[in-house]
Design a protein around this ligand. Structure first.
Ligand SMILES: C[S@@+](CC[C@H](N)C(=O)[O-])C[C@H]1O[C@@H](n2cnc3c(N)ncnc32)[C@H](O)[C@@H]1O
Length: 259
């Protein structure tokens, strides 16, 4: 048995019951499946029963095992984030289905949410991160991640998976979460704006946004001075973003015209 490499976030899902549950939860499309991190290929085998698969694996030792196990698998050996720098992960529409390495899971999901070729995402991630992505307005986990995801997808946490289902067992519980995209991509400037708004979630929205937008006054937008970022819904955030962006562009134009 190959030794799992911690640096690549390797926790192999071996429990047949959960592998079957993930297979049953696959989106009902004919799209190509992109799997990130096929590992030893247990999930890959289930995916290949139903769909065409394109897989990305960073670990060269695992790539050799996978080539032998699935001679016809379309496998790219390397860091998926480097492939993404060159463009979309596939030339056609695809659904991303994977047991993601935890150290880079959030990054991968955000990347997939803004990849126009990616149509649906079904992934196994750390429960704590799944809770952040699927949180609703007012909940304590409600975060910039939940707002950003809800701009482009219907997000639903499906079920939890206990540590004992993996080899080696991770320290934390995992969850399967799905994102059904209704929009191709999100605005990266809006993502940056949300980061500023949630920079310190315990502080007020006014305090956070004033760090960048000097004269920001929540009352101008019908919001109380004391409101905190997790109490503001996605469409209000988008309204704030558009207005403050317009204002700062107007300011820049005026400065240019006067110089
Ligand atoms: C949590 S394991 C999942 C393995 C397998 N799919 C399973 O369910 O048992 C994560 C996999 O992602 C691979 N991986 C980690 N970082 C990666 C990256 N940046 N690009 C591609 N694959 C990566 C690891 O080598 C590992 O095979």
């Amino acid at each position: 048995m190959i030794k799992a490499k911690k640096k690549f976030g390797q926790n192999f899902l071996k429990d047949k019951h959960y592998l079957e549950k993930i297979s049953e939860a696959m989106p009902n499309t004919d799209n190509l499946v992109v799997e990130i991190g096929p590992g030893l290929g247990d999930l890959t085998e289930k995916l290949l029963e139903k769909r065409r698969v394109l897989a990305y694996e960073i670990d060269k030792d695992l790539c050799e095992i996978l080539k032998e196990k699935f001679p016809n698998l379309n496998l790219k050996c390397g860091d998926v984030l480097e492939y993404w720098q060159k463009g979309s992960l596939a030339e056609e529409d695809y659904d991303l289905i994977a047991n993601l390495p935890y150290y880079v899971a959030t990054n991968i999901i955000l990347r997939a949410l803004r990849d126009p070729k990616c149509k649906n995402i079904l992934v196994l991630i750390q429960k704590e991160v799944a809770d952040k992505f699927s949180a609703k307005l007012g909940e304590k986990n409600y975060s910039s991640l939940a707002i950003l995801a809800s701009q482009v997808a219907d997000v639903k946490k499906l079920f939890d998976i206990p540590p004992g289902a993996f080899v080696p067992a991770p320290k934390v519980t995992s969850s399967v979460i799905e994102f059904r995209k209704f929009k191709d991509s999100y605005d990266e400037e809006f993502a940056k704006f949300l980061k500023i708004a949630f920079a310190n979630p315990r502080k007020t929205l006014k305090k956070n946004l004033s760090a960048v937008y000097k004269n920001f006054d929540p009352k101008e937008f019908g919001l109380a001075d004391t409101i905190r970022p997790h109490q503001v819904d996605g469409s209000t955030f988008f309204r704030l973003f558009s207005a403050l962006k317009e204002r700062s562009e107007y300011g820049k134009r005026k400065k240019r015209d006067n110089s």
